[in-house]
Design a binder for this molecule. Structure first.
Ligand SMILES: Nc1ncnc2c1ncn2[C@@H]1O[C@H](COP(=O)(O)OP(=O)(O)OP(=O)(O)O)[C@@H](O)[C@H]1O
Ligand SMILES: [Mg+2]
Length: 292
């Protein structure tokens, strides 16, 4: 089946999915230790405690959202999961593998989309995908077919022979996501994957993420877009100053924040990260600044 066909099928069945049923499978089994576990993670840059004792678990078939203000420690957490940073404490497992001890096993099972597109600017899109197929030892014909399917669904096939350096930011982002998906990783790690994308492409990518989850894959997704977290994520972890301040389904977070009249994830987020009052105060000061 084509990606477009699968997307249509998922759209048709999505309405019938009951979130609580899906969630019960994560918690139902005592043996379910999680696809990705982060335990007491600590990462300091000098005196800055970027991540300070963070723990969470992501289960199979789950989309987990990492939310937090700028500088909260989301990217540092993600880079730690990828084994890119030397840690001050804690441990991480991805499908049972430690990213520091067996980075190759972790990389085999992960697809990563960085905050800023990191791609070989002097390659064409086609050359990049062929290169990935070669280093990941994928069947070249299948990889080309799959890559082209993704390009078509994201309205980007016309860039197949274009140098990556000449692409717009949004189109680079699409290429980065496709590159992360080509080897069908079990875990997708996405650092603000939809930033800079037009509405249609963002919609298609969200559907592609759903397909990944429907096939049993897991996703950890850092985002600032509340609507995205609310509609896409099964559970959300809100972090602030390197610590988890709240974690749960949207409904559970709503419950946690019910001391206020929180109606949206944005309200809940601002409340739980203690930003509601400070935002109000600063805005009032801005209003009162005298005109020139
Ligand atoms: N390489 C580095 N050297 C020094 N400090 C760093 C480095 N990387 C991150 N930090 C600091 O660690 C803290 C957490 O940064 P991080 O990039 O993880 O935040 P974030 O939650 O991803 O923020 P954003 O929403 O802006 O992307 C910040 O105070 C940041 O300045
Ligand atoms: Mg970041």
């Amino acid at each position: 089946m084509t990606i477009q066909g699968t997307i249509t099928e998922i759209k048709q069945t999505k309405a019938n999915l009951i979130r609580t049923d899906k969630l019960s499978k994560y918690y139902g089994s005592a043996n379910n230790e999680g696809v990705l576990t982060v335990r007491e993670l600590k990462k300091y840059f000098g005196t800055v405690k970027a991540v300070d004792g963070l723990s969470f678990t992501i289960f199979s078939g789950e989309i987990y959202g990492l939310l937090g203000p700028n500088g909260a420690g989301k990217t540092t957490t993600i880079k730690s999961i990828l084994g890119m940073l030397a840690l001050q404490g804690g441990n991480i497992t991805v499908l049972g593998f430690d990213p520091v001890i067996t980075p190759e096993k972790v990389k085999e099972n992960i697809g990563y989309v960085a905050e800023e597109p990191v791609l070989y600017e002097s390659m064409t899109v086609k050359e990049l995908f062929n290169f990935i197929a070669s280093i990941r030892r994928l069947d070249p014909e299948r990889a080309t077919t799959v890559a082209k399917e993704y390009l078509v669904s994201l309205n980007a096939l016309e860039y197949y022979d274009t140098f990556i350096g000449g692409l717009s930011r949004g189109n680079k982002q699409k290429i980065q996501v496709i590159a992360a998906l080509l080897h069908e990783p079990k875990v997708l790690i996405l650092d603000e994957p939809l930033s800079g994308l037009d509405a249609r492409s963002a919609r298609i990518l969200k559907e592609i993420f759903q397909i990944h989850r429907e096939k049993g894959g897991s996703i950890i997704l850092s985002t600032h877009i509340m609507e995205q977290a609310q509609t896409l994520c099964d559970r959300i972890g809100i972090i602030n100053e390197g610590k988890m301040v709240a974690e749960g389904t949207f409904e559970e977070l709503q419950e946690l924040a019910k001391t206020t009249v929180a109606t949206s994830l944005e309200d809940i987020f601002l409340h739980l990260t203690g930003q509601t009052e400070s935002a109000k105060g600063f805005l009032e000061k801005l209003r009162q600044l005298p005109n020139n």
